[in-house]
Ligand binder design. Sequence first.
Ligand SMILES: [Zn+2]
Ligand SMILES: [Zn+2]
Length: 289
Amino acid sequence: MILTEYHYKDFKFIGNSEGGIHTSIAIPRLKLMFDTGVGSPQLVEIPKILLTHGHLDHASGLAYLISQRSLRKLPPAEVYVNPAIYEPLDQILKLWHKIEDYQSEYKLIPIDFNTIYPLQGNFFFRAIPSVHRVPSNGYVILEKRNKLKKEYLNLPGHVIAELKKKNPDIIETRFEPIITFSGDTQIEFVIHNEIVQQSKILFLECTYICDKRPIERARKWGHIHLYEIIENQEYFRNIEKLFLIHFSTRYTKKEIKDTLKQLLPEWLYKKTTPFLTKKNFHSEILMND
Ligand SMILES: [Zn+2]
Ligand SMILES: [Zn+2]
C-alpha cells in the first residue's frame, strides 16, 4: 500500500483517503491516526487511533492493527470510539481473538463529548458529533496556550512582569483548535461548530464534485458535495489550510484538481489541497456508487 504524505507547517500527514475504499490519516508527530481504513501495515507503530465511525472503509483495519501491535510486542493501542459502537466493536475484537487463537491487548475507550483528552505536551483533543448515516463524530486537536487577558494587552512589558508577580490571574489558559478531522459527515459539521470554523487546519470530506451526483444524493448518504462548500464558503474564511478527503473513486485525480480550480473562489482554492492517493488504492475497480 502506497501512502501519501502532505506537510503543513510543523505537521506531516500520512495516509490515504478514498470514499468507500479506505480512509486513514496519521500524524506521526502526535502519534495518532484518524481512522484505520482497511489497515495500513506502515502505520502499525502509531499507538493512538481516533475512530470517527464504524463504516468498513474507516474501521475494518482495527482488528488487524491491534493484532499486529500485539505480535510485535508493542504497547496496546488506545482506541477512541463513538460510544454507540463501543460494545459491538469490543465483541468483534474478542471474536477475532478466538478466530486468531491469540489474545491481543487493546484499550477501547468510548469517547465522552464533554472531555478534553491529553495527547502530549500542550496538545489535547476532543470529539465533536458529526452528521452521517450511522453514529459518527469528528475530532479536534487542541493546543493549550497561556495568553495575556485582553485588557492587559497594551501595557508595557515591565508593567506586565510586575502585575504577573502580584496577580497570576492576568493570564488565561485557552485551548486553540489546530487540526480538525471530519470523518464522514454532512456539511452541518462545519456550519454548526464554531470550533471547526476556527481550526487552523481542516480535513473535510468532499465525496462528490459533479452534477451526476447532486447535493441531494450526497446528503442522502451523509456526505458533502463540493457545491455545498462553495455555497457555505464564508464558514471557511478563518481556516488556514483545507485538506479535502474522501473523494469518490468515480473521479480521476485530474478531474478533482481541475474541478477545484474551476469552481472554488480563488481565495479558498489557494488554501485547499485535495488529499489524493499516489496511485489509486483501488485502481482497477471503479466503485459503482
Ligand atoms: Zn467513508
Ligand atoms: Zn461512512
